[in-house]
Unconditional design. Structure first.
Length: 111
């Protein structure tokens, strides 16, 4: 189960996720995030309350990254747990993303 909340902070879309991202919820997250992928978009995924992410979640992140980057947009991940950071590092996914510890730090990147 996942809760998805999309907020606007000036011209930055902030997607706050709460719960687990697995095979069942990854598609829901993708459905909410991909429409934000407009040319030049600025998107932050707040993962600070994501307790678990399966390989389906990692594939979803890569798909979202490719879509946003393809539109000359920028995506930032914030609040990664140590476990998720380790998993993304070992699989090479971390290299695709800009990562910040907090939402405020992520927002500062766009100022």
């Amino acid at each position: 189960m996942i809760d998805i909340d999309v907020e606007k902070h000036q011209d930055v879309s902030v997607v706050k996720l709460v719960g687990e991202i697995d095979a069942g919820s990854a598609a829901l997250v993708q459905q909410k995030v991909l429409p934000l992928s407009l040319p030049g978009c600025k998107v932050i995924l707040d993962l600070s309350k994501v307790a678990y992410m399966s390989s389906a979640g990692l594939r979803m992140l890569l798909s979202v990254y490719r879509q946003i980057s393809g539109n000359q947009g920028k995506i930032v991940l914030v609040g990664l747990s140590e476990e998720l950071t380790d998993t993304m590092s070992m699989t090479g996914f971390l290299g695709f993303f800009t990562v910040q510890d907090t939402l405020d730090m992520g927002l500062q990147l766009f100022n």
